[in-house]
Design a protein around this ligand. Structure first.
Ligand code: PA5
Length: 335
């Protein structure tokens, strides 16, 4: 398993450009497929994804993509300790791109102690040295957040096999992503254009259903790549609290960016319309972004690819290096 030969590991813009290729660069080996089948036949009562930051996103995306087909619960844990219910007959899928993230290693120890079966996904570090584990070894050298498509190309098919579901054809999704990014400027403003409306505001990415993790990912990419403040929220919940929070004079610094889907429940679609109108009546500017695709996964990934690019454009405008995450590194060192 190797990275595309054209990828430049010292250039975030280049890594983001390779998003579609990274999505199709992993083939699960037959041994792993066999292990998943055995687990599935033995009986699984739940799947728990563990990981932090860039390594947690693939679990959230997989849960959002599969939860309408899965008959067992899936949960995402971003913490040191697993809930007590995660035990025998659970599968824990642990992801750490570096393999050294202490919260993930701690939660993994918890999983081992509780008797849960484990699948580890990493490019190296302490995680890759664990004995008696099933490990999917990823190629190293990427920034963890840029590795999302690569990580997803392992987490999604593994989960589909564990759940005995039809495996998504990631090659087709990858081709779709190439085509949809070639058409930026048609179905959606070019990243360099939309950034003009965003750069002097605090973006608040608002999603619902399968676009909730996409809104969260966008916030994280603006934080980590562009070194800017950003937030995310979800509908319908934001209609029950956040909507009251724009009464003071600072409200106009916030720019709600509504992530819209043709697949939303009709009442959710209506809520987006009304929320936009209420916010605009309060003097807020809003932006709507309509996802492209015929399925949840197509919508999620085409929007993610686009918003990742937006974060790189914003990094350029801010004159910041999107590769560096000095504060995260400092904090990890000081801990
Ligand atoms: O994107 C990043 O660099 C971070 O969010 C990391 O993903 C996070 O700190 C966890 O590290 P790792 O992905 O190596 O487990």
């Amino acid at each position: 398993m190797t990275l595309p030969s054209t990828i430049k590991l010292d250039n975030m813009r280049n890594m983001v450009t390779h998003f579609p290729q990274l999505l199709s660069s992993i083939e699960l080996d037959s041994n792993l497929t066999k292990i998943c089948k055995e687990y599935e036949e033995e009986g699984i009562v739940g799947i728990c994804f563990i990981g932090m930051g860039g390594s947690s996103i693939a679990g959230s995306y997989t849960k959002a993509i599969l939860q309408s087909s899965s008959e067992i619960p899936m949960m995402v844990v971003k913490d040191y300790v697993l809930p007590k219910c995660v035990g025998r007959n659970w599968i824990v899928i642990a992801v750490s791109y570096s393999g050294n993230t202490e919260e993930t290693l701690s939660a993994l120890d918890n999983a081992t102690a509780s008797g849960a079966r484990r699948i580890l996904i990493t490019s190296g570090g302490e995680m890759s040295e664990r004995k008696n584990e099933t490990i999917i070894q990823l190629p190293g050298g990427l920034q963890p957040r840029a590795a999302l498509p690569l990580i997803l190309s392992a987490v999604l098919p593994v989960t589909e096999k564990l759940l005995n579901l039809v495996t998504t054809d990631l090659q087709t999704i990858s081709s779709f992503l190439v085509k949809s990014s070639d058409e930026w400027g048609k179905w959606i403003e070019l990243p360099i254009e939309i950034i003009k409306s965003i750069s002097n505001s605090i973006p608040l990415f608002m999603g619902a259903e399968h676009l909730i993790p996409v809104a969260y990912r966008a916030k994280c990419q603006i934080n980590e790549n562009s070194k800017s403040v950003a937030f995310y929220s979800e509908l319908p919940e934001a209609n029950h609290n956040e909507i009251e929070g724009f009464a003071n004079k600072y409200r106009t610094s916030v720019l709600p960016i509504l992530l819209r889907s043709t697949q939303y429940h009709p009442r959710i679609a209506k809520r987006f319309d009304v929320t936009k109108s209420v916010y605009e009546n309060m003097g807020l500017r809003t932006i709507e972004i309509f996802a492209k695709g015929d399925s949840a996964i197509q919508e999620m990934l085409s929007l993610t690819h686009y918003l990742d690019s937006v974060s790189v454009e914003l990094a350029d405008i801010n004159g910041t290096d999107s590769l560096m995450v000095e504060k995260i590194s400092e904090l990890k060192k000081r801990l």
